[in-house]
Ligand binder design. Structure first.
Ligand SMILES: Cc1cc2nc3c(=O)[nH]c(=O)nc-3n(C[C@H](O)[C@H](O)[C@H](O)COP(=O)(O)O)c2cc1C
Length: 510
């Protein structure tokens, strides 16, 4: 199912009973995120929230803020037009099974072929609702406007309209007390490889510095950072477009760990089952979805020094301290008449991003299985914050197979960031952390069954001695086979006799 705008998505959530409206003014400075943080931590992820009157320094803005709209299994599935994420994963799995690929890259290339066949290829159009209102900032900024003074808001204050939205009067959230300022937290960032023309869509947070400049937090190992390095090598200005809203599959696709060179719009088009219409930006040649709610256009100037970005209360549950990142110069802000500002807050799990990341794992599980047919299931528990902890169950048939799977996973895309991999046998439910811990404790001799490796680390990881470099621990919690250094009989797992249980059940005694 395709959504024509974020407002359309909000209406759908409301009809499904998945949305709560907050009608009174709430501040974009810490208040919206305080409410959203509590909501996201409710069992099952709570409800989506729509703040109808967000205030910026006390002034009500005309753009409502939507938050936690993807923060449950049901909302993740709805964003893909389905009842369940498992059903979407099964369909995608069937599509790529047609031709067995030899590795992940090949699998995803095949996936893109499959996607092409099915209305996934985007279409270029000449006009889009995302450009209903256009504000150009072509002239260089002569001053940095301070945030407007906070007027007193009474219940009957009229809702002002923003004649000229800037980064200073849009309802951009200040999430946590020690954050270095306001951040776009659900931005879809479009960049292009200057050599091949390949497009990339990635989600990288954006810190507001002033009305014309922001930070761009694309981390070292991400695709936009690679594009950026090419522009730094050639000294040419790098065009960048950031869009917010439109169809809710866009933010999901922007976070999906597709390999470099594969256009995330193909995945988004496939998931929404309708071609995405793309329109050219007004001040550069990049394309953005015509139905986006907001578009922020601009460039990075490689001749300019990097600037400290952060601190920011991050997915890890800790603040990420300031680190140098490129500066983004705004040349235009465009938006729909009826724009809704989409946001999230990340922090100590569980948060909305757990569902976004876990949906990715479900969707890509069939592709992992093509490389590792022994894999039964994979879970990234919320406590592990995306990829810190991976539990994988395998159908083990030969000695040391668990180690083959560990090393294979560490070599696959963003799985390189995984600090701990626990491998369990096929019968273990990887989504039940208590069950996993039972098998981990019961089935391992720590020295024999674990292995350290070294590799790239998540730049957000504050525990590594050096940024972006770290160690990994793999633990084989499967039943040991001859040849794995285990020389005793493996005892049976205690289970009640199913026949006895059935009889007792039929007698109403169980
Ligand atoms: C809410 C949210 C915020 C994110 N913020 C960042 C970020 O600031 N920087 C970053 O490099 N990755 C961030 N990520 C992860 C990337 O979006 C993810 O790694 C994605 O696959 C990157 O795309 P790429 O492989 O095309 O570079 C974020 C993910 C989510 C769900």
């Amino acid at each position: 199912m395709a959504f024509e705008s974020f407002g359309d998505w909000i209406r759908h959530l409301e009809e499904a009973g998945e949305l709560r409206r907050i009608r009174e003014p709430v501040a974009t400075e810490l208040e919206i995120t305080a409410i959203a943080d509590r909501e996201m931590k409710r069992p099952g992820g709570g409800q989506a929230l729509l703040f109808e009157k967000p205030t910026v320094n006390g002034v009500v803005t005309p753009f409502p803020v939507a938050i936690n709209t993807l923060g449950s299994w049901s909302r993740m599935a709805r964003s893909m037009g389905s009842d369940s994420v498992d059903a979407v994963a099964a369909e995608l799995g069937a599509l790529v099974k047609a031709k067995p690929p030899s590795d992940l890259r090949e699998a995803l290339r095949l996936l893109s072929l499959g996607l092409d066949l099915r209305f996934a290829r985007p279409r270029t159009v000449s006009r889009g609702a995302c450009q209903d209102i256009v504000h150009r900032f072509d002239a260089p900024a002569t001053r940095t406007e301070p945030w407007p003074a906070a007027p007193v808001i009474t219940e009957n204050s009229p809702t002002p309209s923003i004649a000229s939205p800037t980064l200073l009067n849009l309802p951009i959230l200040h999430c946590w007390p020690l954050d270095g300022g306001r951040f776009l937290t659900l931005p879809c960032v479009v960049t292009q490889d200057p050599d091949t023309g390949d497009r990339n869509l990635g989600m990288y947070r954006v810190q507001i510095y002033d009305d014309r400049t922001t930070g761009l937090h694309w981390q070292l190992q991400k695709v936009a950072a690679r594009h950026g390095r090419r522009y730094y090598e050639t000294g040419r200005r790098m065009p960048v477009a950031i869009f917010l809203g439109g169809d809710p599959v866009f933010p999901f696709a922007a976070t999906a760990p597709l390999p470099d060179g594969l256009d995330e719009f193909l995945l988004a088009g496939y998931l929404r089952k309708k071609s995405i219409e793309l329109v050219k930006c007004v001040t550069n040649d990049l394309q953005v979805p015509a139905n986006a709610d907001f578009v922020i256009e601009g460039y990075v100037d490689p001749k300019e020094p990097l600037r400290d970005e952060g601190p920011f209360g991050d997915h890890t549950g800790y603040y990420t301290l300031p680190e140098p990142y490129p500066v983004f110069h705004i040349t235009a802000i465009t938006h729909r008449h009826d724009a809704v500002y989409p946001a999230t807050i990340v922090g100590r799990p569980p948060m909305e991003d757990f569902y976004i990341g876990a949906a990715s794992v479900k969707l890509f599980l069939p592709i992992f299985r093509m490389n590792f047919p022994e894999i039964v299931d994979i879970a990234l528990p919320a406590e592990g914050v995306f990829h810190n902890l991976v539990v994988v169950s395998i159908r083990k048939t030969y000695p040391m197979q668990a180690y083959k799977v560990m090393h294979g996973l560490w070599g696959m895309g963003q799985m390189m960031f995984t600090k701990y991999i626990i491998v369990v046998d096929a019968g273990v439910n990887v989504h039940n952390t208590s069950e996993v811990l039972f098998h981990l404790c019961a089935n391992t001799d720590p020295e024999r069954d674990s292995e350290f490796a070294r590799g790239p680390a998540d730049v957000l990881d504050h525990a590594t001695s050096e940024i972006a470099v770290g160690s990994k621990l793999g633990i084989d919690a499967t039943k040991k086979l001859p040849g794995e250094g285990f020389r005793r009989p493996w005892p049976p797992l205690i289970r009640m006799d199913p026949a006895v249980e059935d009889r007792l059940r039929s007698l109403g005694k169980l």
